[in-house]
Ligand binder design. Structure first.
Ligand code: ZN
Length: 497
């Protein structure tokens, strides 16, 4: 059995290495590649993704998994080997249903669509993307149809990102959350929004970069095993436990943009850097679900990075970097500015309270597209209508409307958004658990110390990679299922109601 396990590990590692090589090409496309590289890059990505998929879904892997099943069950459930066999089986059963040719077609099509999006968004030209998006929708449906017997066509796609969830269960969580958030939003918006003029001055790029890097180093993001570059849409990517990269974008006229996206991506990256090195190169070496991943980015961005304690420590340092702009701005004004709640147009810049409403809009639109109750050509107007209905705002164009998020233009339609809100909810749950174990964490944060929190997260979440599914991990950490109260309570404190 040891030999067979070794054989399995080698095959899985090869599949994983091909996928990582594709991820490097993807990272390059989104950071440094000249626009002219788009066509050949799409082809290269398609080849690597297809090869990785073929390798992973080969009969050899299937046979080894069959032979190793009893052995895996004889090992302790949480051992590395049992987890590898179990998770590989789960992913194999899923991926073997999708033909490699479809994976290749999808890889090539999304790389081309992404390239068009990078030009169409600044040009506010949805028409140019319409036929691309129609094909994406068709491909997404074809992927979903590889899993017949679903309750809702989005279910298989949601399950890819957030294992164990489906349209109906996400809708239930969203309905519960909406019930609490909508009155909160109306109560807040009945008041004058906090003054955020202090954030909207001119802040040169270099100092913004320096400050963000200093903070995430203190958080524990390891630059010896990572780096930060600029990209139009910030993201994190991992090529192994020893190379987890982040990107950010800088707006010299809004201090919050780069700072909070840097803290956000560092949260994702610290999760990946914190995986037990013994799992490196295996399919267990990444975060377990979109929701759990997002819980880490939102935890470091919002729960920590927008807290008063954090700024007690960091605000004097920020003032020293920007004396002209901030010397006459008291901490309390700055703190209110970064926690200002106001219905707005852009998801990634949205405050913590309204953020989930942005997610729910996208989730509902995805479902409608997949169901066929909404046509791609009607999507821009459907977007505007939902923003008016839910948030009371309407974008003057599609650039800040339906073109704002990369997801549908760089991947499939379906399953791409619910993880953000699940992550918000989980960030509250996990932080509460960390505080129960270590009540001194908030005091340490006011001193710029994050070791206790980071170590708790590594021990309880990061080191496991994807050994456990999200529901299993939540149960292990909290002793129960997902619940929304800690998130609602934290959100209310931050928005000072
Ligand atoms: Zn994120």
């Amino acid at each position: 059995m040891e030999t067979k396990l070794q054989e399995l590990k080698i095959l899985l590692q090869e599949a994983n290495d091909l996928a990582s090589a594709a991820a490097v090409l993807n990272w390059d496309q989104e950071t440094y590649m000249p626009a002219g590289g788009g066509e050949s890059r799409a082809r290269q990505l398609a080849v690597l993704q297809r090869l990785s998929h073929e390798k992973f879904t080969s009969a050899a892997v299937g046979n080894l998994l069959d032979e190793l099943a009893p052995y895996g069950e004889s090992l302790p459930y949480d051992s590395d080997d049992a987890s590898l066999i179990r998770v590989a089986r789960q992913q194999y059963d899923r991926q073997v249903k999708v033909p490699s040719s479809l994976v290749g077609e999808l890889g090539s099509h999304t790389a081309q669509t992404y390239q068009v999006w990078t030009e169409a968004r600044p040009a506010n030209d949805f028409a140019r993307l319409q036929s691309y998006l129609e094909k994406t929708l068709d491909l997404s449906r074809r992927v979903a149809d590889c899993f017949p017997g679903y309750e809702h066509i989005a279910d298989p796609l949601i399950d890819f990102a957030d294992y164990g969830m489906k349209a109906s269960s996400v809708r239930q969580v969203f309905a519960d959350l909406r019930e609490q958030l909508v009155p909160l939003v109306s109560a807040i918006t009945a008041q004058e929004p906090a003054d955020n003029a202090c954030l909207l001055q001119h802040f040169p790029e270099e100092q913004q970069w320096t400050f963000g890097v200093d903070v995430i180093k203190q958080y524990g993001y390891d630059f010896k095993r990572g780096r930060q570059d600029k990209a139009p849409h910030p993201f994190t990517t991992s090529f192994g436990v020893g190379d987890v990269r982040i990107t950010t974008r800088i707006n010299e006229h809004d201090l919050g943009d780069a700072l909070f996206s840097t803290l956000h991506e560092a949260g994702h990256a610290m999760y990946e850097q914190g995986v037990n090195p013994a799992l490196d190169g295996t399919l267990l070496a990444g975060g377990t679900s979109a929701g759990v991943h997002e819980s880490q980015s939102r935890l470091w961005e919002n729960v920590v990075g927008r807290s008063r304690g954090f700024w007690v420590h960091f605000y004097p340092k920020l003032q020293a970097l920007f004396p002209e702009q901030l010397k006459n701005v008291p901490l309390s004004t700055f703190y209110r500015a970064i926690n200002r709640v106001e219905p707005s147009l852009i998801r990634v810049d949205a405050d913590e309270v309204t953020y989930n409403l942005h997610v729910m809009i996208r989730f509902d639109l995805e479902l409608a597209l997949l169901e066929g109750t909404l046509a791609v050509r009607d999507l821009p107007e459907a977007w505007h209508a939902r923003y008016e209905a839910d948030l009371g705002v309407r974008a003057p164009n599609d650039q800040d409307g339906v073109l704002q998020d990369v997801h549908w233009y760089g991947g499939i339609i379906g399953g791409g958004f619910q993880g953000y809100t699940l992550g918000n909810i989980l960030s509250g749950v996990f932080y509460q658990k960390a505080l129960e174990a270590h009540p001194a964490i908030p005091n340490e944060i006011t001193e710029g110390k994050f070791d206790t929190l980071h170590t708790w997260l590594k021990t309880n979440i990061y080191q496991h990679g994807s050994k456990f599914t999200a529901p299993e991990l939540i149960e292990r950490v909290t002793g129960g299922p997902l619940w929304i109260e800690p998130y609602i309570a934290a959100t209310c404190t931050e928005c000072r109601l």
